[in-house]
Structures are given as structure tokens and as C-alpha cells.
Design a protein around this ligand. Structure first.
Ligand code: DC
Length: 680
């Protein structure tokens, strides 16, 4: 997951390959609650790991369910008629799928509970659900604003007698989650009598109710409905665990990859995008996004648990066709259509999307504002959005996309990186995708192809102990970029040579070079591996540094290590530190920094480093060593240490690490096309 302040997507070119999508949020949280209300233990497979399921799992533990998690498989033993543990204070983040159903279920189970969330959760309406529960006789108080969380359920004496004889009325036109919440809670009160729920006003998002009904059936609850207006829960209802259940992959998450297949040309040799985990028979309404994508020109095929998407033929399905669509049946996935509209000929109108206004953010306002930043012409109203793409390639703008703590805004705007103007796209606060799809960007990168020159590289070269390693690693972390410590590669090569019994000299150069060509090195979670040996510490000694300096003076060894270093240039970008990153390995890098410091200063730093690790050292010897290495590194015939002609020199003798990192980031930002709009 990217936890950086922003993530810059380089212009992406084509896409192909296979993705296995994470479990659906809607199904995951429904299944968790149903399992918690059931008799028996349920094994839930392929559960989504996300913020929203995390708060649900924590809440269920707090009320007394026993839960074992191993990877994406969770064993839950339900309450099965027991009372929940109370009093309890439940924190439900920004998870509407936890807040609404838990409020209803806990009101019917009895006890004393406070349910709260993040500030945005406290702006998301729950009044219609509370009104329905109060109608029944439940005692629920608002702790903040009327009609919104946080709230308190105050059933200290157990559940009060409930008025179940008459139909329970609930509004269906603000959020279908209110009806879902009642449908999941009321079976608890339907042991001896049937219960009828009537929807007042038009029911929005019917497909989500269909998911609820399909899952209730798996847990033994029969609900009949008349035209989605009147729902009858059968008398004698009793929650029973199905034993084990698989969570389908999220059809809304699939929409980004369906769109990707529709807009990105296939990478050479591979055709289209294959999605595993969800297919055309999905119980999720958002699967009907496929119809909309086809209407826009995508070629989609599929089976029970898979989909395959290819871009339409030029002139037939590409560029995409503009559509005018009532999106009530695909409310979440429709946001993806809004970004696809950027690649369509003509104006696309998405209608009947008023529910967007009460989601994670006001999605109509958010989409309109961000699409405009990219150069689109957008009109928005109470319940629609109308998008006309930039008229010419030159009308596209490089934008820094604000994401409003809304996972779907972040994910759908990533698709703008396929723009024909080949502009990068900045996604602010990329970690907001954790709500439903923590590894979204990794998965996007895994199937995206890009011209190698578009993957940015920041080179930080300089003499030994200048602090470049620390600065480069910090810059990489701040940008979410990969990191290449090229010095480590020479250190490992020297170590591998010595371990193979080869002294480091020109006599052994051919053999060392051939070893270097296939060096089995891996960098993983801060550790460095040579085949199966963890050599992280072994390559950090002063002696290993000297040996590296010697091995690095052998021209054929340097050549043999070029391909390995180039292989680090991967999405979304690279920070490379060394001696010749800017001069030899990445000569076209858009930013080259030459980081240096006085020999005295570097000797002092190295001295402190060694002492803190418990080694003994003398500053004078260290300084002499450093100067010897500088001399060797800068006078050798191949790739001598020197700043590239276009490098910016940064003397950090008097700077802290943080100051040096900030300076590099400022230089980097100055080179970005959206730096101004990001600040403005
Ligand atoms: O940065 P370092 O101290 O880990 O590097 C060890 C040696 O490797 C250094 O003395 C010179 C050599 N080196 C090089 O020649 N080219 C690089 N790009 C990186 C390191």
C-alpha cells in the first residue's frame, strides 16, 4: 500500500495481464454480521482485508463473538441467541456497511452501546433507520446532531416489547443500507411471527438489496418481496451458519480493471485484461457495469468466476462512445464511467446518481471538480453529471487529483494516466484506497506497461559517507518510489567473489564479471540477500566498502552489473544512489543530484555511525580511508566519480538529513507539470 502524501503516476501506455481482485466490501461486511448473529461457526474465505472490514471485525469481537483470522480466512462463532457483551463503545471508522446494520442488530439484541466513527461518518445520515427502529419501540439517542451518528442504544433492561404487528416503514430513497440493516436485524425478532417491512418512496440501489437477500438465504433466512416495495421475513426465522462461505471479489473494484481493458491498448504479445474472482453470474449489482462498458465500446467476455476485457477495434469500440445512462443500478461503479468519459467521443451523461452526494464525500461535486482539472468540460446537477472530454490532445492538463478520503475517487482517476497527451497524474493521499482495495495501485502497475523513459528516475550520486544513501532512501519513501542502492550491488559482488575464493584483481576480472552477470541478489523489507544468505550486515563493514571500491574499478564487472541496475527502473519511479547513476546508468534521468560534504564532516559522521554500532574507530584513520576511496573512485578509468554535467550539487556539510531530503524534493516538485496546481 502507498502511504505517501501523493503518488505520481507516469503516463501509462498499454495494459495486459491477469488480476485476482480482493473480496467485495459489501459482501464481506454482510457475511461477517450474519455469521456473528448465527448459531455455529462460519469459515469465511477470501474476506476483504480493509479498513471497513477491520472496524466490523473489531466491533464483533467487542460484543462477544469469537474470531480467528488466518490470512484472508476468518473463523467466526456467532452469538447464536446469546446476548451481546455490553456496555460497549464501538468505533466504526467511515464504514456505512458497519454503522447502519450494527445499529439495527444491536437495537434488537439489547444492551447498551455507543456507535461512533470518523468526522465524515458523523455527516452521513442515519435518521431514517433510527426512525424505523424507534417506530418499533427501540430506544436510540443521538449524541451529536439529530439524524447522524454518533448514537447510543440504551436497552439496559434488554429489548423492549417491539411493535411488530404492523408493517415497519423505512425510507428507501436516501440509502439502501437502511433497508439492508432492517432486513439483517429483524429476523432476530421473527422467531414466532412474520415481519413485514414497507419501503416508503422509491428504493434506490436495488442491486445492493439483492445482495442482502442472496446472503440472508445462505444463512437460512427466507425473505419474499413484492416488487421491491414490501418485504416479508418468514415466521420461524433462525440464523444458521452455512458452515463455510466464499466472498466474491468486489464487482465495483472490477470496474477499474474493466475500464482499463476498455481504454488501454493491449501490450505486445498479450491480449487484454483477465479478472479472476468475479464473473458474469455475480450476485453484485455492479457487475452490470459490464453492460455500460460494452455500450461504450469495450469487448467483454466472461464465465462464472472470470471476466476478460479488450479494447474495441479502432473506429468501432475505440475511441469510446459517449453514453447517456441512468446509473441507479450501478451507483458506485458509475464513477468509473465518469473517467471513461474522458476517452469518449462526445458528451456522456450519468443520471439518477443523487446517492453520490451522501457517500464517502459529495461525489458529484468531487468528480466534477477533479475532471475539470484534467481539462474536461463538466456540468453537474442535483442528481446527474455531464462530461465532455478535452477537445484536443493538447487540451489535457496535468492535474493533482484531490481524493477527499474517498477510495473510489482515487482509484477511478488513476485511469487518467492513459491520457493521449502523455501527462503524469498525481493522486493525493493514495492510502485512502485502503477502504476497499489496499493494493490497488500495485495491481494497476502489475498490468500496466509504460515506455521505459517515462518512468522517472532521481539520481543521487556522491562520495562515500556523504549521506546519499540515507537521503536517497528517504526521498524514495516520500514519493513511494523504488530505491536502488548501487553501492550495495558492488559490495555484494565483492563479497560473492571473495566467498568464491577469488581475490579482487584484474587476473580474476573475467570470472568476477561473469558472476556479476547473474548475481543472485534480492532486496526485501530492508534486508539484502545473496542467494539464501542474509548479507545485510556483512556488506556494511569498512572492509566490505574497500573491497567494493576495488571491484568497482574493474571495467567488465561494471558492464556486467548494468542490466541489474536498469531492472530497478519500475513503476511508479526510482531513486538511485551511487557514483555513476547520473553519468552512466541513467543518463536521461530528469533529476540528478550530486550530494557531497567535506572529508572532515564525512569522517565524523562515519565515526559516529561506527561508535553507535559498538565498533571502535579513529576519526583520523577514517578520514584517511575516505580520502583514499575518493581518490580511487574519482581517478579510475571507467565511470569515475564526478557530478554529471546536468547534476545539481548539494553540499550537506551543514545540513541535516531532513533538510537535504526537503531540498531534493523541492527540486523534484519544480520539475513536475502539476506542482503549481498542487499548491494552488
Ligand atoms: O556507496 P557505497 O559506499 O556503498 O559504495 C561502495 C563502493 O562501490 C564505492 O567505494 C564505489 C563503488 N560504487 C561505484 O563504483 N559505483 C556506484 N554506482 C556505487 C558504488
Amino acid at each position: 500500500m502507498y502511504t505517501t502524501e501523493f503518488l505520481d503516476l507516469p503516463p501509462l501506455q498499454s495494459a495486459a495481464g491477469e488480476v485476482h481482485l480482493p473480496g467485495s466490501k459489501s459482501i464481506s461486511n454482510r457475511v461477517l454480521l450474519l455469521a456473528a448473529l448465527s448459531h455455529g461457526t462460519t469459515i469465511v474465505h477470501d474476506l476483504l482485508a480493509s479498513d471497513d472490514t477491520r472496524v466490523m471485525l473489531d466491533a464483533l469481537r467487542q460484543i462477544g463473538c469469537s474470531i480467528d483470522e488466518t490470512g484472508n480466512t476468518v473463523h467466526i462463532t456467532g452469538l447464536g441467541g446469546r446476548s451481546p457483551q455490553s456496555p460497549a463503545q464501538l468505533f466504526l471508522g467511515n464504514a456505512g456497511t458497519a454503522m447502519r446494520p450494527l445499529t439495527a442488530a444491536l437495537a434488537l439484541l439489547g444492551g447498551e452501546f455507543e456507535l461512533a466513527g470518523v468526522p465524515r461518518m458523523h455527516e452521513r445520515p442515519i435518521g431514517d433507520l433510527v426512525a424505523a427502529l424507534r417506530q418499533l419501540g427501540c430506544q436510540i439517542d443521538y449524541l451529536g446532531n439529530d439524524g447522524y451518528p454518533p448514537l447510543r442504544i440504551a436497552h439496559t433492561q434488554g429489548v423492549p416489547p417491539l411493535a411488530l404487528a404492523r408493517p415497519i416503514q423505512v425510507r428507501g430513497d436516501v440509502s439502501s443500507q437502511f433497508l439492508t440493516a432492517l432486513l439483517m436485524a429483524l429476523p432476530l425478532a421473527a422467531a414466532t411471527q412474520a415481519i413485514v417491512i414497507e419501503v416508503v418512496g422509491e428504493l434506490i440501489s436495488k442491486p445492493y438489496i439483492a445482495i442482502t437477500l442472496a446472503l440472508l438465504a445462505r444463512f437460512g433466512i427466507v425473505v419474499q418481496h413484492d416488487n421491491w416495495q414490501r418485504f416479508t421475513i418468514a415466521a420461524g426465522s433462525r440464523y444458521q451458519s452455512p458452515g463455510s462461505i466464499h466472498v466474491e471479489a468486489d464487482a465495483s473494484s472490477a470496474s477499474y480493471f474493466i475500464a482499463l481493458g476498455a481504454i488501454a491498448s493491449s501490450a505486445s504479445g498479450q491480449k487484454g485484461i483477465k479478472i479472476q474472482g468475479v464473473g458474469l453470474d455475480s450476485i453484485q449489482g455492479d457487475i452490470r457495469f459490464v453492460e455500460a462498458a460494452r455500450a461504450m465500446g469495450a469487448m467483454v467476455t466472461g464465465g462464472p468466476n472470470w471476466l476478460h476485457i479488450e479494447r474495441g477495434a479502432p473506429g468501432v469500440g475505440w475511441p469510446l462512445k459517449a453514453i447517456d445512462l441512468d446509473c441507479n443500478h450501478v451507483p458506485d461503479a458509475a464513477m468509473t464511467l465518469a473517467v471513461m468519459a474522458l476517452y469518449a467521443q462526445g458528451t456522456t451523461t450519468l443520471r439518477n446518481i443523487a446517492s453520490w452526494r451522501v457517500k464517502e464525500t459529495d461525489r458529484i461535486a468531487a468528480m466534477a471538480k477533479e475532471l475539470r482539472k484534467l481539462g474536461a468540460t463538466v456540468e453537474d446537477g442535483a442528481d446527474f453529471i455531464r462530461i465532455t472530454p478535452p477537445a484536443q490532445t493538447g487540451d489535457w492538463k496535468a492535474a493533482s487529483i484531490h481524493t477527499y478520503d474517498d477510495h473510489r475517487v482515487a482509484m477511478c482517476f488513476s485511469l487518467a494516466a492513459f491520457n493521449p497527451a502523455r501527462l503524469p497524474v498525481r493522486i493525493e493521499d493514495p492510502k485512502c484506497v485502503a477502504k476497499t482495495f489496499p493494493d490497488y495501485f500495485e495491481m494497476l502497475f502489475s498490468v500496466s506497461r509504460v515506455a521505459i523513459d517515462s518512468i522517472p528516475v532521481i539520481c543521487i550520486d556522491g562520495p562515500t559517507a556523504s549521506g546519499k544513501g540515507t537521503v536517497a532512501a528517504a526521498v524514495a519513501q516520500r514519493l513511494g518510489y523504488r530505491f536502488l542502492d548501487s553501492g550495495a550491488i558492488y559490495r555484494i559482488t565483492a563479497l560473492a567473489a571473495l566467498r568464491a575464493g577469488l581475490s579482487i584483481d584484474t587476473a580474476h576480472e573475467p570470472r568476477i564479471a561473469s558472476m556479476a552477470q547473474t548475481l543472485p541478489v534480492r532486496f526485501e523489507d530492508g534486508r539484502v540477500w545473496l542467494a539464501n544468505d542474509d548479507v545485510t550486515e556483512a556488506i556494511r563493514t569498512e572492509e566490505a566498502g574497500m573491497n567494493a571500491s576495488r571491484v568497482s574499478a574493474l571495467p567488465t564487472v561494471r558492464t556486467a552489473l548494468v542490466a541489474l541496475q536498469h531492472s530497478f527502473q519500475q513503476l511508479p519511479g526510482l531513486v538511485a544512489d551511487g557514483r555513476d547513476m547520473g553519468t552512466v546508468i541513467f543518463p536521461n534521468a530528469p533529476l540528478k543530484v550530486y550530494l557531497t560534504a567535506s572529508a572532515t564532516c564525512r569522517a565524523e559522521r562515519r565515526y559516529k555511525q561506527l561508535i553507535s554500532k559498538g565498533f571502535s574507530a579513529s576519526i583520523e584513520d577514517l578520514r584517511a580511508d575516505l580520502e583514499a576511496r575518493d581518490a580511487r573512485d574519482s581517478t579510475r578509468s571507467v565511470a569515475p566519480l564526478k557530478p554529471a554535467l546536468d547534476a545539481l550539487v548539494l553540499d550537506n556539510s551543514t545540513l541535516t538529513i531532513d533538510e537535504a531530503v526537503e531540498q531534493v524534493l523541492v527540486w523534484w516538485q519544480e520539475r513536475q507539470p502539476f506542482a503549481v496546481s498542487a499548491q494552488g
